[in-house]
Design a protein around this ligand. Sequence first.
Ligand SMILES: [Zn+2]
Length: 396
Amino acid sequence: MSSLLVDDIGELVTNVPTTGGGPLGLRRDVALLVEAGRVVWIGPARYAPAADRRIDAGGGAVLPGFVDSHAHLVFAGDRAAEFAARMAGEPYTGGGIRTTVGATRAASDDDLRDTVRRLRDEAMRQGTTTMEIKSGYGLTVADEARSLRIAAEVTPETTFLGAHVVPAEYAGRPDDYVGLVCGPMLTAATPYARWVDVFCERGAFDADHARAILTVGQAAGLGLRLHANQLGPGPGVRLGVELGAASVDHCTHLSDADVDALAGSATTDGPTVATLLPGAEFSTRSPYPDARRLLDAGVTVALATDCNPGSSYTSSMPFCVALAVREMRMTPAEAVWAATAGGARALRRTDVGVLRPGTRADLMILDAPSHLHLAYRPGVPLIRQVLHNGVPQCRL
Ligand SMILES: [Zn+2]
């Protein structure tokens, strides 16, 4: 069995809390050994075992790969003109989703596959080793199923989002569309999906619809996630907590009751995570969620890209970390934790987002001595190398 040693590490972020290492579990003067796609040893560099191959981190920081727990990659076309119009003053309403639905339905499987793989690779080069991918631009039984089938080719973290928006052919008949989502569409989607999600927002799906869809999805064996409280206050966050969702995403407009519900949330698999998506606020020029309020209340926070062609066309987790620090008053350590271990919690994963013996050898090596540089040097390509399942992804 081939082994790989990573040494000359300037700083190792483990996310395994240690005395003196803080919540990031920082360690220095250590090396890390990989075998069969897993971390098998972390210890003092001077005691590093012999290995078949070696990667010299050059004094750079080594971190767990980013876990991007919220992305919409199965689509066709782009909406650059809509972005330009918004930057010229037009408000974001979510209505542009229907534009992408039309283009997605008209696209071939190979066109969709090319886009998914291109964006997944783009994210990988920026340190993302686990990526959730949603459907939601097909909105027919066949198009939702094929979106998930294509997503499942590149990630196990696939999410059925048939309830993204009510498609034009169901205008004025949302109950009928929800019936389709809960019935034949769910049946066709389930073989390819791990999760079910609903866009619970004024203009999309109300709490009754969301409850119906999430309940039948759960009965079909899917885990629950929710788009909630993005564009205004609403019942989504509390509904997600009540139903035991792994994550409620956006969380931009929260009441005290919403924050209390998140802080008190508990299931056998952990709390409901608040996943913040600052790329959406950036790209819609909207107020950012109050991460400080959530963290101070004890809520588990994740950061994700929300990569989609309308409201957040970025695949860059480093960009989201920088935004979270600059605009959402997170410390660099909190933002890095949220983008790695936090994302793993949001996906109920214990094998990624942390580095310790037994976890996946999913990690990144920075061209910088510390995780601080991810926020301190925004927009700079600092990711020198990425290991996914122990396999180097970047040609050096
Ligand atoms: Zn989204």
